[in-house]
Design a protein around this ligand. Structure first.
Ligand code: MN
Length: 355
């Protein structure tokens, strides 16, 4: 029988200078603190909600006081993880926390709590896997090779020997599965699978989680997915696919912005044969434009999102703009075309074992 214990999970962390020292500094700060606020980013996804729930539950079992802060409500299908929580909102942060832990957010403004960070005496810890992270904490535990912040929290809990049972594992497994797209991300490290093994080793029943992830789509989300796919356009010799959803499109589907995220549309366009980069632009009801970029084969969409004021990962990134839809789409398309041209990226062969 394979023993996962023979290879400590830390050995799979990237050798970024600050990764391991960041982890041990975080462990020391958490051991020393007793009152915690854990926060995550605006428009929280499965990773954000999962690591908030997982870390809060573990630290409470370790005898700590933990509150959870979120500026936006969690998406409906992940809300069960936080249903017993009284969520702390920006501007309403008490002054008596020892430590504020910021999870899965590339910079302070992504949380909505940046003014609270400025006015608090608490130690600010930044734990994240986004390569665009600005290192904004007093202590930063960053691992750009990690599949998810949930994977990093699993490492943290194991390293610190904090409680890890099925209750703690529930959110962490959900976040690990969603952020790694069920272990389908390119360049996924062994540590992602080892974290999953540790979480499943708690006796976690994954059936309810899988049923939410695979069967929890609403009719509005399904219609939004259909509308987005119907409107796909191809460019750059079939290497670039994009789709633009206006607020009229959303209204026709009975959908709101959150439904587009939950629909799974963003990850669909790069599954078209030959496509290596995709863009979905969404016009919200208030006129704000959201762009989501995805890529395959190592094409860097993070740099495009950063150039447009956003951030994210090499293969999945995004930005938002308050500008006319056409202008934003034109700028995003131009940046993608220029980068494709400059890098003369070949078509990716789609097929098992072919890259
Ligand atoms: Mn994440």
């Amino acid at each position: 029988m394979v023993s996962y214990a023979t290879q400590p999970i830390e050995s799979f962390l990237t050798d970024l200078d600050n990764t391991e020292s960041g982890l041990s500094a975080v462990v020391s700060a958490i051991r020393a603190g007793s009152r915690f606020l854990v926060v995550s980013h605006l428009r929280p996804d499965g990773d954000a909600v999962g690591c908030l729930a997982g870390l809060a539950r573990s630290l409470r079992k370790a005898g700590k006081w933990v509150d959870i802060g979120l500026a936006d409500q969690p998406p409906e299908r992940f809300a069960f993880l936080l249903e017993e929580e009284v969520l702390v909102k920006p501007g309403r942060v008490n002054s008596d926390y020892d430590v504020i832990i910021c999870l899965d957010a590339g910079d302070a403004s992504r949380t909505g709590f940046e003014q609270d960070f400025d006015s608090t005496r608490a130690v600010l810890i930044d734990i994240d896997h986004h390569a665009s992270n600005t290192c904004f904490g007093e202590i930063n535990f960053l691992d750009f090779g990690a599949s998810s912040t949930c994977e990093m929290i699993t490492s943290l809990i194991q390293t610190a020997d904090f409680p890890l049972d099925s209750d703690v594992a529930e959110g962490l497994y959900l976040g690990l599965a969603t952020d790694s797209r069920f272990f389908q991300n390119e360049n996924l490290r062994a540590s992602a699978h080892l974290s999953a093994a540790a979480l499943l080793g708690t006796g976690l029943d994954t059936a309810p989680i899988l049923s939410i992830l695979n069967g929890g789509r609403t009719l509005q989300e399904m219609k939004t997915l259909g509308k987005g796919l119907e409107k796909v356009e191809m460019d750059c010799d079939g290497r670039f696919a994009f789709s633009v959803l206006t607020h009229n499109d959303l209204a026709a589907c009975g959908a709101v912005r959150e439904n587009v995220w939950a629909s799974g549309l963003f990850n669909q366009l790069t599954t078209i044969k030959g496509v290596i980069v995709s863009l979905v632009a969404v016009e919200d009801i208030d006129g704000k434009i959201f762009c989501e970029f995805r890529s395959r084969g190592g094409f860097d969409v993070k740099s495009i999102a950063v150039a447009m004021g956003g951030g994210g990962h090499l293969a999945a990134s995004g930005c938002s703009r308050s500008a006319p839809l056409d202008d934003v789409v034109m700028e995003a398309c131009r940046l993608i075309r220029e980068k494709l041209l400059k890098e003369s990226v070949p078509k990716v062969a789609h097929g098992i074992g072919v890259r």
